[in-house]
Design a protein. Structure first.
Length: 360
């Protein structure tokens, strides 16, 4: 292989690697109360907005540079996972996680392009140039527009206060005074309609602090949690951890799209579930199955299982996988989240049949 071929192979390898950004789900939902947005959609939306709104930048900017910053700024989340803007625990470890990801991912490129894109990423993070400041304004404005279009539902869900949103939007003001005025109007309107609290946030936090939110993620967003997740599921269901690891490794490697999903309270796993071919019953034709549904006892009654079920359904649907099936002995619970009783099935080694539900 000559030098040109080697360079091209590295560029193509990087091009394929960044496709994984489409698997990183954010906390923001698409307009029209749609599914969770992924990182690639967020970056694309920012880049288009930057081009359209460039006349409102506080300083003259090189728009191609701004757009490229927008497009690459979240590539590190392929390894580091999405960090919610109002998650104080996640923010503590964000830089370390993203620095490690930056080194691995950009090192796939030829050395000159690694240097170029690393420098551009660092420029965005430092926010010292007009281009970086305007790119940050897009990073703040884009999710704000989506959240506002959905009635502020993401803010309400996480107990975010107006002061916390204003704190983040300082970055918008540094990039565009005019767009900050738009932001200010949107925040005030959401305070008026009750989507943003001016006083204490949920959990008794003072104004200006975000309530500690639960994070809902796929295992692909945090593959380093594989071992702890397998231990957690094994402890809840008395199934050997090796069985969970085998399924998780197949998912992480891309061998299957049947995923694993977690709810995190800081670093603690408080809820989870997975998708497998068959949950040990006699109806092999009813596949795939949501399995291992569990929420820690001290966290029940807060909608965690419902949010995870919604995440599973939306993730599977985005990959063309529907319907889903689920075996349970519960009645009246899964119906709340769009599941319907289908039939009785016989579980392996079980004395009595169990209920089979379907999500279409």
């Amino acid at each position: 292989m000559d030098r040109t071929d080697e360079r091209l192979q590295k560029q193509l390898a990087f091009s394929l690697e960044i496709d994984k950004e489409k698997n990183v789900l954010r906390q923001t939902h698409l307009s029209g109360h749609g599914r969770r947005e992924n990182d690639a959609e967020h970056a694309w939306h920012m880049a288009i907005m930057a081009y359209l709104l460039r006349e409102y930048a506080n300083e003259k900017v090189e728009i191609a540079r701004v757009m490229l910053m927008c497009l690459i700024h979240d590539i590190v989340e392929i390894d580091a996972g999405d960090t919610y803007a109002y998650d104080p625990e996640g923010l503590k470890t964000q830089k370390a996680r993203e620095d490690a990801a930056k080194e691995r991912i950009f090192s796939i490129l030829p050395e000159d392009q690694k240097t170029e894109l690393t420098a551009l990423f660092d420029e965005f993070e430092e926010g010292r140039t007009a281009e970086a400041r305007f790119a940050h304004a897009m990073d703040n404005l884009q999710p704000l527009l989506l959240n506002d279009s959905n009635g502020g539902s993401d803010w309400k869900e996480h107990g975010v206060t107006a002061a916390a949103v204003y704190g983040r939007q300082k970055g918008t003001r540094a990039g565009s005074e005019i767009l900050y005025q738009v932001t200010d109007r949107i925040i005030r309107e959401n305070i008026r309609r009750g989507a943003l609290a001016e006083g204490e946030a949920a959990g008794g936090k003072k104004d200006g602090e975000a309530a500690k939110p639960y994070r809902y993620i796929t295992l692909r967003e945090a593959p380093e949690r594989k071992e702890s997740a397998a231990d957690w599921f094994s402890g809840k269901w008395r199934v050997p951890r090796e069985a969970y690891l085998e399924c998780m490794e197949a998912y992480l490697s891309g061998e299957t799209e049947y995923g694993w999903y977690l709810c995190l309270d800081g670093e603690r796993i408080v809820g989870g579930m997975g998708v497998i071919e068959n949950d040990f019953h006699d109806r092999k034709d009813l596949s795939p199955n949501v399995c291992a549904v569990y929420t820690e006892e001290d966290c029940r009654g807060q909608g965690i299982a419902g949010r995870l079920l919604g995440l599973v359904a939306e993730d599977m649907r985005s990959k063309g996988i529907a319907p889903l099936y689920l075996v349970t002995d519960h009645t009246g619970f899964y119906e709340r989240y769009g599941w319907e009783f289908l039939c009785m099935v016989q579980g392996e080694g079980e004395p009595q049949p169990s209920r089979m539900y379907i999500h279409r």
